[in-house]
Design a protein around this ligand. Structure first.
Ligand SMILES: Nc1ncnc2c1ncn2[C@@H]1O[C@H](COP(=O)(O)OP(=O)(O)OP(=O)(O)O)[C@@H](O)[C@H]1O
Ligand code: NI
Length: 312
């Protein structure tokens, strides 16, 4: 539940991604589930942040939406863009046009092609003007267009990737950790741009480790843990621990500097030793027998949560 009836741009339901892998040194193969039961929606005018620790499945979600998972991946669940089912053909029509992607890895640029050619593509004079405008906005010197990617720093490359995403007029931007390597002013500027882009009636799915940054710009936060959505909540619910629902989200809240910097003991489980039922169970002070069963996502207030305490 999001307490809004704005039109959905992107709707992901029960998404699962598995990888076909060899078992040890044998020739036997098996499917290893990396993410399961992930649900996310982005509505018109919304900036939705996906947060979660390393390995929780954030990039896999982005790659599944963009249809760029490796060949050994299997995807199930439903993905809709403006109400239409996204099959392979639809995804390839949308990618780079209605859906722009700012990738996490700076290796997405072609190492053998000059930057300008990559950003501008075959867009001609109008494209060149737009590119200059974006480069100026992000403090990239004019001559950046004549450079090869290896001649650019990590922070410059991030700004180039951001400019590339903003070249077309997309309806949705998926940005996977777009700010590492940027100084604070530039990081803030790009966040302001995402915010402005959403305010114009578009959608942004921002993937980040940085909850503080997410709380500054997002409308809603989706929390991932070990490949599952555990909570989805409006930013206003992060004002106090009491208004949050899932024990993991509460722990993330307590770990924020302004809330005492309290670290959470233990680590996120890897798929191969995933506990039964709730993946957070072994680290949770409410852990009980019922947590070992299948736990659905249930609506609670203006958000939703996957925790047995809301199922009773
Ligand atoms: N091609 C692949 N084959 C097998 N496993 C993969 C593959 N790509 C990713 N994984 C695994 O899927 C899990 C989720 O990875 P993902 O990159 O989505 O995490 P993330 O939340 O984006 O992490 P980070 O914050 O470090 O970027 C990890 O355990 C990762 O090792
Ligand atoms: Ni990632």
């Amino acid at each position: 539940m999001s307490c809004t009836n704005k039109k959905k741009i992107l709707e992901i339901e029960e998404l699962s991604v598995s990888f076909l892998q060899y078992k040890g040194k044998t020739s036997r193969q098996s499917w290893l589930p990396m993410i399961s039961g992930l649900s996310v929606a982005v509505r018109e005018g919304e900036l939705v942040a996906v947060v979660g620790s390393s390995g929780s499945g954030k990039s896999l979600l982005a790659h599944a939406i963009l249809g760029i998972l490796p060949y050994n991946a299997n995807v199930s669940g439903t993905m809709k863009f403006q109400g239409e089912l996204m099959d392979e053909k639809k995804i390839s029509e949308l990618r780079g046009k209605e859906i722009a992607f700012v990738p996490q890895s700076t290796l997405y640029l072609d190492p053998l092609m000059k930057v300008g050619k990559q950003v501008c593509g075959k867009r001609g004079k109008k494209g060149a003007e737009k590119q200059s405008e974006l480069f100026r906005r992000y403090g990239l010197p004019e001559e950046t267009e004549t450079k090869y990617p290896f001649e650019c720093s990590g922070g410059m490359t991030r700004r180039i990737l951001l400019s590339t995403a903003l070249m077309e007029n997309p309806k949705l931007i998926i940005a996977d950790e777009p700010t590492p390597g940027m100084d604070l002013t530039l990081a803030k500027k790009s966040m302001e741009d995402f915010r402005k882009f959403a305010d114009e009636g578009n959608g942004v799915l921002l993937i980040t480790h940085d909850i503080e940054l997410a709380l500054e710009v997002a409308d809603r936060i989706v929390v991932f843990y070990a490949g599952k959505t555990v909570e989805e909540a409006p930013v206003s619910d992060f004002r106090s621990e009491e208004t949050l629902r899932h024990p993991y989200t509460k722990a993330l809240w307590r770990a924020l500097p302004q809330n005492g910097f309290t670290p959470l003991d233990g680590t996120q489980p890897y798929v191969k030793d995933m506990p039964q039922g709730c993946p957070f169970g072994p680290r949770c002070s409410w852990y009980r027998e019922e947590c070992k069963g299948e736990i659905p996502m249930v609506e609670a207030g203006c958000g939703s949560v996957r925790c047995i305490r809301y199922c009773m």
